[in-house]
Design a protein around this ligand. Structure first.
Ligand code: DX5
Ligand code: ZN
Length: 219
């Protein structure tokens, strides 16, 4: 499984160094949480921060937009250096046009679903997507408890993709740590996001390695 540490749990006073730290520790992607204070009750980073940390690594930037009007900001995040852009199906932009806009900019699109959103809601878009991101916490804050009852969504996504011969990646975000990753791996996720679990670990490299190898340890 690939690991995308979430910068939301890093030391914001030295983000560049934090990006270098997780790159050296073996991260596969960098997850950047963008919040607008409307879609979620928190405000985090915008395109200027994404572009400020972009030179510190060659790892892909996985930008998770938790904003009301994602389509209006695709250009800004593309210019800032995003590689993957995921946006919420519950947001206010037209889904097909937002996917198309991300593709037009040469980036990889993904849809995110909140815990209360049924997994079937993304099925009509699967053939246009690079990734589906399944939230295992209510979006807005790092350090929350993992919702194990979201695991059937991962299984359902994988089954639907197999049935339709699609290769869409499934990413899981929220409360993923050494304690909870077993369920994520068992359900068949391709990528896990981990904020607290990596940045607050005593040894980030060991934490990342544990998460990466969690699918090898399955019975
Ligand atoms: C929550 C964010 C997550 C979160 C992950 O809204 O999308 O990326 O910060 O952090 P942890 O792993 O601490 O739950
Ligand atoms: Zn996120």
């Amino acid at each position: 499984m690939k690991v995308a540490p979430s910068l939301l749990s890093c030391d914001f006073s030295k983000m560049g160094e934090e990006v270098v730290r997780i790159d050296r520790a073996g991260a596969d992607l960098v997850h950047l949480d963008v919040m607008d204070g409307h879609f979620v009750p928190n405000i985090t980073i915008g395109p200027c921060i994404v572009s400020a940390v972009r030179p510190y690594t060659k790892l892909p930037f996985d930008v998770h937009l938790m904003i009301d009007h994602p389509i209006d900001y695709i250009d800004a995040f593309a210019d800032a250096g995003a590689d993957i852009i995921t946006f919420h199906i519950e947001a206010k932009s037209d889904i097909d046009r937002t996917i198309e806009k991300i593709r037009q900019r040469g980036l990889l699109p993904g849809i995110v679903i909140k815990p209360k959103t049924p997994v079937e809601s993304v099925f009509p878009y699967l053939d246009k997507l690079y990734m589906v991101l399944v939230m295992t916490v209510e979006p807005g804050f790092g350090g929350q408890s993992f919702m194990a009852d979201m695991m059937p969504k991962i299984t359902a996504l994988k089954e639907e993709c197999k049935k339709r011969q699609l290769n869409v990646l499934v990413e899981v975000d929220g409360g993923v740590s050494e304690k909870t990753v077993g369920a994520v791996a068992a359900a068949g996720a391709d990528i896990c996001v981990s904020g607290t679990g990596v940045f607050k670990a005593k040894d980030a490299a060991a934490a990342i390695k544990f998460l990466q190898e969690s699918d090898k340890n399955l019975c």
